[in-house]
Design a protein around this ligand. Structure first.
Ligand SMILES: C[S@@+](CC[C@H](N)C(=O)[O-])C[C@H]1O[C@@H](n2cnc3c(N)ncnc32)[C@H](O)[C@@H]1O
Length: 204
């Protein structure tokens, strides 16, 4: 028996019945409320604040580390949140293969690993192929939010967005709407680093 089979999933943990099928918000939450995805949700600070602020929306955190998944689930269950689930899986796989076409209203990629070494750039999540996958899973009029402290990764991502070319960029003024800081953003700002952000929309 492997580790996945041996472990009893927590209540807020989402485990697909079939990892080779496709899932929508209805499959995950049992209702058709708007679905938001937080890729690499870490300790869940952003995810849980959003879920508390917007009870009429559903939030799926994607995180590869089991310890973090458990931590977020414990907090969500303590808060009694029914609109949060966490999926322990690779973000790229989720976007490219698992999510049904057009099922996502907003997708957040906040402070992802920047993979700064040249030879590791291919591991970066933001690539032209990533935008192509987003174009399939984000519904028309839906949005993609991206933040990083890493200037070079930010420029890289802008370049990939331009090469892809089919998502217009939207303005994103600080405090324009409720958008809590993530755990990493708080840490980095505490170290005096500035955060870059971009927001795109899939055309209607
Ligand atoms: C730098 S942390 C940022 C966490 C959170 N978004 C924040 O801003 O506080 C990156 C997170 O993404 C997770 N992660 C990295 N690569 C991943 C992948 N391919 N699939 C899922 N999670 C991933 C890491 O385990 C980590 O929790």
């Amino acid at each position: 028996m492997n580790q996945l089979e041996a472990r009893e999933p927590m209540l807020c943990e989402y485990t697909p019945k079939d990892y080779f099928g496709q899932v929508s918000g209805v499959d995950i939450f049992g209702n058709d409320h708007p679905l938001e995805i937080d890729l690499g949700c870490g300790d869940g600070t952003f995810l849980l604040e959003m879920a508390q602020h917007y009870p009429e929306r559903n939030f799926l955190g994607v995180e590869r580390l089991l310890g973090r998944v458990k931590k977020v689930c414990r907090k969500a269950e303590k808060l009694g949140l029914t609109n949060v689930k966490v999926l322990r899986l690779d973000s790229k796989y989720v976007v490219e293969w698992l999510l049904s076409p057009g099922c996502v209203s907003k997708l957040h990629l906040l402070c992802p690993d920047p993979w700064p070494k040249d030879r590791h750039h291919k591991r970066r999540l933001v690539q032209v192929s990533f935008f192509e996958a987003l174009e399939k899973v984000i519904m028309p009029g839906g949005e993609f939010y991206f933040k990083t402290d890493h200037s070079e990764y930010f420029e890289w991502s802008q370049e990939k967005a331009q090469l892809f070319g089919r998502f217009p960029e939207l303005e994103w003024a600080e405090d324009a709407f409720f958008y809590p800081k993530t755990d990493f953003q708080v840490q980095w700002e505490g170290e005096g680093k500035s955060i870059h952000r971009m927001r795109f929309q899939r055309p209607v």
